[in-house]
Design a binder for this molecule. Structure first.
Ligand code: GLU
Length: 440
């Protein structure tokens, strides 16, 4: 860690994610001298390569705009690079390196042949017109297209990149690459290469995982009060499945504050989350404006201020701080599962782990990328699977991930550390593949 801090000063998120993994794998690493001899850790922490490029586009007023785009191709020991693209003004190299690093282990947990990568741009989609989004996506892919492809690197969505953006990027990719039905990008819409259940997959997968955590404690999801942060694609999928499981989503949030939904979110409200997202206003208050009787908006508050049984960060990294963890515990939270990548700060995790089961994003949210992997399979077969087929495979993958976390995370006393379990299971598959493939 000291070497890494000296080499990459100020890359806060990146160093945080590496630290967590190294702490978890310390024992298994030291027990296997072959890892040390092949310098597996030193090789894993540095990406294979990073593309960094200028993205120039013209806004609706005719002004020239300049953004920075990136693709971090992190590790390909298990397969072609795979991971989303994030469009957000705070995107920088550290953020994408942390996301790419996490992606290696997450993709490994899916047991699919997927390497790890991530990309994005410091482009802010908030308030942009459809035409502006299209021009930006086209300019982004114009730079990147030679370095992606179904057997090379397959980007998908992440914060700020959904079905619409993938459509514009895929359209441009096909035009340039003259490839017309591939998994060069995933998260495509159904009808032109997309997989059924891909939009729901991250949230569905998360709830399948949470259901197992609850079951582990001899309990059920029925009537459980769930606080979710955000109202984007991930929160939408999680709310949909939670409702189906008989749980109650009693809070969603946004950058402007929190909406408390005392009687639990309804199907109609879940559908409205899509309208809110499409408006690109990025305001959760819109839910309370539309459903004034059911939802109460409080400005400036987080979802963690609402009393709940299960807390699921679904928005951004480090969104749950130590004081939020303390407030949740004081209000009787029973389980915390990160659905966003690295959603909790290290001190929050430490506080939570002392009292309640806590699961990390790289295990809980792996259903998204897993279903992207299934999309690539369908593209290669030139076939579409039914929603039931995809959901069944997703459910099995999440169950297997849960079992691996328990297998590698249970100590001699029978206590489960899900963070440790996920990191060890994810690491070992990658490390063994790197060993087998030689010093490259
Ligand atoms: N951005 C998602 C993640 O963090 C999905 C990546 C993908 O489907 O490639 O895993």
């Amino acid at each position: 860690m000291k070497n890494l801090e000296a080499k990459h000063p100020g890359e806060k998120e990146y160093l945080q994610s590496v630290q967590e993994v190294l702490e978890s794998i310390e024992e298994v690493y030291n027990e296997n001298p072959k890892y040390e001899a092949a310098k597996i850790v030193e090789r894993l922490v540095e990406p294979d390569r990073i593309f960094k490029f200028r993205v120039v586009w013209v806004d609706d007023n005719g002004n020239t705009q300049v953004n920075l785009g990136y693709r971090v191709q992190y590790n390909a020991a298990l397969g072609a690079y795979k991971g989303g693209l994030r469009f957000h003004p705070a995107v920088n190299e550290s953020m994408l390196k942390f996301l790419g690093f996490e992606q290696i282990f997450k993709n490994s947990l899916t047991m699919l042949p997927l390497g790890g990568g991530k990309g994005g741009a410091d482009f802010d989609p908030t308030g942009k017109s459809d035409a502006e989004i299209m021009r930006f996506c086209q300019a982004f892919v114009y730079e990147l297209w030679r370095n992606i492809g179904p057997d090379q690197d397959s980007p998908a969505g992440d914060v700020g990149v959904g079905g619409r953006e993938i459509g514009y990027m895929y359209g441009m990719y096909k035009k340039l690459a003259r490839e017309h039905s591939t998994g060069a990008l995933t998260g495509k819409s159904f009808g032109w290469g997309g997989s059924l259940i891909r939009p729901e997959a991250t949230g569905f997968g998360a709830m399948y995982y949470v259901e197992r955590m609850v079951k582990q404690n001899g309990d059920t999801m029925k009537g459980k009060k769930i606080a979710l942060s955000g109202f984007g694609n991930v929160a939408w999928g999680a709310a949909t499945k939670a409702l189906e499981m008989g749980a109650k989503v009693i809070a969603i949030s946004g950058p402007d504050g929190v909406c408390e939904i005392k009687n639990g979110i309804t199907k109609e409200m879940i559908d409205y989350m899509l309208v809110m997202r499409d408006s690109r206003r990025n305001k959760v208050e819109d839910m309370a404006t539309k459903f004034p009787k059911a939802a109460k908006f409080t400005a400036g508050k987080k979802a963690w201020s609402v009393k709940c049984d299960i807390a699921c960060p679904c928005a951004f990294q480090n969104e749950l701080a130590e004081e939020d963890a303390k407030e949740l515990l004081k209000n009787g939270v029973q389980y915390v599962a990160e659905v966003s990548n690295m959603g909790c700060q290290p001190k929050a995790i430490a506080a939570l782990q002392k009292k309640v089961p806590f699961a990390p994003g790289k295990a809980v949210n792996a259903g998204g990328v897993a279903t992207s992997g299934l999309e690539i399979c369908q593209n290669a077969e030139h076939r579409n699977w039914t929603a039931e087929e995809v959901d069944e495979k997703l459910h099995k993958i999440m169950n297997d991930i849960y079992d691996m976390c328990v297998k590698y995370g249970t100590d001699k006393k029978g206590n489960i550390n899900y963070v440790k379990g996920a990191n060890i299971a994810g690491f070992m598959r990658v490390a063994d593949a790197m060993l087998a493939q030689g010093i490259i």
